[in-house]
Ligand binder design. Structure first.
Ligand code: FES
Length: 202
């Protein structure tokens, strides 16, 4: 018996013609491309809006953090939150915590020189703490138990951290007399984690 079920590119479409089938396929392809063109920016926008890691603050901004008399004269560090606006593609979120910084007096007489260290661990971004020790204190990251001296140098051998702590020294903190008080100004900056050198985040 003759087989009547074989198909070919010229198999007629439901309207009974090969042209009808070709038109149907062309329209389907055009629709698919159009949907993809609309979907890609929409997905990117959604990810940007929902992912807090994609929010950006205005790094490199000089801010007044405290007054000099709030910093212990023996050089013990104090931690301060950095508050700034965060922005995404469409919105501004005012007054959000965007990071932290340790300030401490340093130098020979510990009078006016102030050192600022970013309070984020350069390994994988853990929150640094200050811990008192018998020999003057250290910075500690609880995420992978890394310790650093007060100048930011790793104390572990080997250290989990690929580099020393990130000093905010470009430009360094400065004190300015304002209303009878020495106000400490700091330029805050975050850096890439997991790298052996300090790379500013943009
Ligand atoms: S994140 Fe600080 S030691 Fe790993």
């Amino acid at each position: 018996m003759e087989n009547t079920s074989q198909t070919s590119p010229e198999t007629p479409a439901p309207d009974g013609s090969a042209d009808g089938r070709r038109n149907f396929l062309v329209q389907a392809a055009v629709s698919t491309v159009a949907v993809a063109c609309l979907a890609v920016p929409a997905v990117i926008g959604l990810v940007t809006a929902l992912n807090p890691l994609s929010l950006k603050s205005r790094a490199g901004k000089r801010v007044p953090l405290t007054t000099l008399d709030e910093l212990p004269e023996d050089g013990t560090p104090r931690k301060f939150a950095i508050i700034d606006d965060r922005t995404d593609a469409w919105n501004v979120f005012p007054d959000q915590p965007v990071g932290g910084v340790f300030l401490r007096r340093s130098g020979k007489d510990k009078k006016e020189e102030v050192v600022a260290i970013n309070a984020t661990c350069p390994h994988l971004g853990g929150p640094l703490q200050y811990q008192e020790t018998d020999d003057g204190g250290k910075f500690f990251c609880p995420l992978h138990s890394a310790s650093f001296d007060l100048d930011g140098k790793p104390l572990d051998k080997p250290s989990p951290s690929p580099r020393r702590l990130d000093e905010l020294d470009d430009p360094p903190p400065e004190t300015k007399l304002d209303g009878g008080k020495q106000v400490v100004w700091v330029t805050f900056q975050d850096f890439e984690t997991g790298k052996s050198t300090k790379v500013p985040k943009t």
